[in-house]
Design a protein around this ligand. Structure first.
Ligand SMILES: [Zn+2]
Length: 233
């Protein structure tokens, strides 16, 4: 059965929607999957929060990260993806959710060899050199400006990042020359999507369904355009 193509313009770069599995169609008619929009959003907000990532919330967390990565000795930034959460629509209206979020892949010659960093609300960024790092330092400080707390990471004098929130996840097998980061930068504001069958997943807010690769955790919903996080991806 073909799924109606209601909003192809908002489809994510990696999201591919072809046909809907019959099992999902049957599930739609079951009473227990019928929920109000409010309950969907409540579930969406409670079920996902950067699952699989650790957050740097204190100086102690920062020291744990620096020790884990041997002070980032003999490491380098392999990839850096920055996205503005604001955008201009096809009708030229501006959606003003201004915020730079970033996702980095740092590769190292020392265990755990590769680390993904996710920055939510980048406040300051300096990049001076692509060369390898001798060491890195980090601070969690109270700034009390537009945001209460900021996390700062300094890689030699080559790169400095100050961000409101910082998350990380070990990616020990993300080594080699190819690009590893996906098209969507992880976000603390993502809503939940759930796996249905095969590669199909369903948005918890608008109930639309689409196909996505299993390795992709964060994917745009083609129905409502929200960024979704699939915990089991
Ligand atoms: Zn949706």
């Amino acid at each position: 059965m073909e799924l109606t193509d209601r909003n192809s313009a908002s489809r994510g770069a990696t999201g591919v929607r072809k046909t809907m599995p019959l099992g999902w169609l049957l599930a739609e008619s079951r009473p227990h999957v019928v929920r109000s929009m409010e309950s969907w959003i409540r579930v969406a907000n409670s079920e996902v929060q950067m699952i699989g990532y650790k957050e740097i919330s204190s100086q102690e967390d920062m020291e744990v990260l620096l020790n884990k990565m041997a002070g980032f000795h003999d490491s380098l930034t392999k990839e850096f993806h920055i996205i503005n959460r604001a955008y201009v629509l096809p009708d030229h209206c501006m959606v003003m959710g201004f915020r730079f979020d970033g996702q980095l892949l740092v590769q190292s010659q020392l265990p755990p060899y590769a680390l993904e960093l996710v920055c939510s609300n980048i406040l300051e960024l300096h990049i001076n050199s692509p060369e390898g790092y001798w060491s890195a330092g980090g601070k969690v400080r109270i700034i009390g400006r537009s945001v209460e707390k900021a996390v700062e990471l300094n890689f030699d004098k080559a790169m400095k990042i100050v961000t409101e929130r910082l998350f990380y996840c070990e990616r020990s097998d993300w080594l080699g020359h190819r690009a590893f980061l996906g098209s969507e930068v992880p976000s603390v504001d993502a809503v939940a999507a759930s796996k249905i069958e095969g590669k199909w997943r369903q948005c918890s807010v608008c109930s639309d369904a689409w196909e996505e690769e299993d390795r992709i955790c964060f994917s745009l919903c083609p129905g409502c355009g929200r960024l979704t996080e699939c915990p089991s991806a």
